[in-house]
Design a protein around this ligand. Structure first.
Ligand SMILES: Nc1ncnc2c1ncn2[C@@H]1O[C@H](COP(=O)(O)OP(=O)(O)O)[C@@H](O)[C@H]1O
Ligand SMILES: [Mg+2]
Length: 279
């Protein structure tokens, strides 16, 4: 089942700024995809378009098989949960539990209490239920905002720069949370390290789609990232240097786990070599 099916979408802002040109993308149920690109690449515009906030646009955009147009936007939006870049744009109720309940109540959904409990559990913030959300840390606010989105049980989760502005610990906790979450998601980010840990596939956007595929494949296309002004994950840079020193990996590791596996291979190979020399 295609959750998202986009063909040839172009969009220009009212003031004449072109933001997207001929963008196509299809996402199957359960897939996690990242739209990566530098500032101004059109990532947020793209997510807002999918969320039905900006019509009209050129091309065709379907969510769960339903075509998004001005008159269907309200209906199509029900399939989608959008996490804004700044949680302060999303959180406004006096307590965390009321905030998480807001979406389902507003949409007239059933099982509100159950949805709230599930969402708080999924984001590991059950303890914060009675707290005032605007007093929480940025990382915790982000979790509250995610819980609020999850409570609507959307078929497609859209995340705009989910790791932006987080301290290292909350960032890695959030990456872990999103990585383990079994949901169809599309995240916009310039944090390739986070993308590597969370998604199956990346789309490099710079107004139009420059590349689509695995991150390690993108990494092996030498100047694509450079031209887009993006920073590769540390682990990929480490192995690039090792490669230049003659300890070449077989592929381009982009996640910590892949890096560990590759490092073990290199160490074993070196052990074999030095054993050969000592014999
Ligand atoms: N409300 C707006 N009005 C006019 N131009 C905009 C507006 N929002 C964004 N843009 C422009 O559209 C382009 C894409 O922006 P955006 O989608 O925010 O990129 P990203 O999220 O990748 O940083 C940029 O050139 C930006 O300046
Ligand atoms: Mg943006």
């Amino acid at each position: 089942m295609k959750v998202l099916d986009i063909e040839g979408v172009s969009f220009t802002y009212e003031d004449g700024t072109p933001a997207l040109k001929g963008v196509s993308l299809s996402i199957d149920e359960g897939e996690k995809v990242a739209v990566v690109g530098p500032n101004g690449a059109g990532k947020s515009t793209f997510l807002h378009l999918i969320a039905g906030f900006r019509t009209p646009f050129e091309g065709s955009l379907k969510v769960m098989g339903e075509r998004l147009e001005e008159r269907t936007a309200d209906q199509v939006r029900r399939h989608i949960g959008l996490l804004f870049q700044d949680p302060d744009d999303q959180i406004f109720m006096p307590t965390v539990e009321e905030d998480v309940a807001f979406g389902p109540v507003n949409l007239g959904l059933d099982r509100v209490e159950d949805r709230v409990i599930q969402a708080l559990r999924c984001t590991s913030i059950e303890d914060l239920a009675k707290r005032k959300p605007h007093r929480l840390s940025h990382g915790m606010k982000k979790r509250v905002a995610i819980a609020g989105v999850l409570a609507m049980e959307p078929e497609l989760l859209l995340l705009d720069e989910p790791t932006a502005g987080l301290d290292p610990r909350s960032r890695s906790d959030l990456i872990e949370l999103l990585r383990n979450m079994k949901r169809t998601m599309l995240m916009a980010t310039h944090d390739l390290e986070a993308a590597a840990e969370i998604v199956d596939r990346v789309v490099l956007l710079n107004g139009s789609v420059v590349f689509e595929g695995g991150l390690s494949e993108l990494m092996s296309k030498d100047d694509a990232l450079e031209r887009a002004g993006l920073e590769p994950p540390q682990i990929a840079r480490l192995f690039k240097r090792l490669g230049a020193m003659g300890y070449g990996p077989q592929g381009v590791p982009v996640t910590l786990d892949q890096g560990v596996a590759e490092a073990v291979r290199v160490i074993e190979r070196e052990k074999g070599r030095s054993r050969g020399r000592n014999d």
